[in-house]
Design a protein around this ligand. Structure first.
Ligand code: PEP
Ligand code: MN
Length: 262
């Protein structure tokens, strides 16, 4: 059992330190305007980093798969204009070269948590890795996946609980806050929580975000969209602007009671 707690630096944001951090943005980058508007809004509300998918691994091949390379330039421009670090999912080891100039941290998605070739490749990079839990991965498998990256040479790993598939179908996933508290107790990795995928329902995101903070998470990954009904992916679980603002206000009230700053 480890007692030390690592911190991981992504640009100006420290994850795993005293400050509770919120990373927010759209599920997918859809256009310059959509990404810029969302990024500016989440920054104004206190988010410390941006998220936005470029390559999307969707279950249904007939749905939007992300703008891919076509969005590299706009992502760089928006990042520079807004001035926050940017995190995006890498889906293939061959993307490392391109991603290096675009992201401040690589996200490994749930569907790739067991992709050891990708994990080992990312172990050779010098940027932080946000490792989502596999949608049907045991807690132990998730931690071992993080250790694959660390053992390959990159110890800047951040765990992210995003819900698992269980017999329960009332929500998209079962958000496993046990694993957040367990990972904080037993590992040295910082731990984030993603209540957007964890619940799959925008009206449940705020309560579970607050619960994750209370369970000891170091921060949150939240999907936000200017018009969730028109989103090209995950609109049903994306917060609109007023909802995100309200969540940030509620966090500002809760965090002092938990002994955390923001
Ligand atoms: C995402 O963050 O948009 C995403 C695809 O997440 P996950 O890999 O957890 O499904
Ligand atoms: Mn998503």
């Amino acid at each position: 059992m480890k007692k030390t707690h690592n911190t991981v630096q992504i640009g100006d944001m420290q994850v795993g330190g005293p400050e509770f951090v919120v990373i927010a943005g759209p599920c997918s980058v859809e256009s310059r305007e959509q990404f810029l508007k969302t990024s500016q809004w989440v920054k104004e509300q206190g988010a410390k980093a941006l998220r936005g998918g470029l390559f999307k691994l969707r279950t249904d091949p007939s749905t939007f798969q992300g703008l891919g390379q076509d969005a590299f330039k706009l992502a760089q421009e928006v990042k520079a204009e807004v001035g926050l670090p940017f995190i995006s999912e890498i889906t293939d080891p061959r993307q490392v070269g391109d991603f290096e100039n675009i992201v401040d941290a690589y996200q490994v998605g749930s569907r790739n948590m067991h992709n050891y070739a990708l994990l080992k490749e990312l172990g050779q990079t010098r940027k932080p890795i946000l490792l989502k839990r596999g949608l049907a991965a045991l807690y132990k498998e998730w931690i071992l996946a993080a250790e694959h990256i660390a053992k390959s040479g990159n110890e800047q790993v951040i765990l992210c609980e995003r819900g698992i598939r269980t017999f329960e179908t009332s929500t998209r996933n079962t958000f496993d806050l046990n694993s957040v508290a367990l990972a904080k107790r037993d590992t040295s990795f910082p731990v984030l929580a993603d209540p957007s995928h964890g619940t799959g329902d925008s009206s449940l995101v705020a309560p579970m975000a607050l619960a994750a903070a209370a369970a000891g998470a170091d921060g949150l990954l939240i999907e936000v969209h200017p018009e969730p009904v028109n989103a090209l992916s995950d609109g049903f679980q994306s917060l609109n602007f007023p909802q995100f603002k309200e969540l940030m206000e509620r966090l500002r009230h809760l965090l002092p009671a938990l002994g955390r700053g923001q």
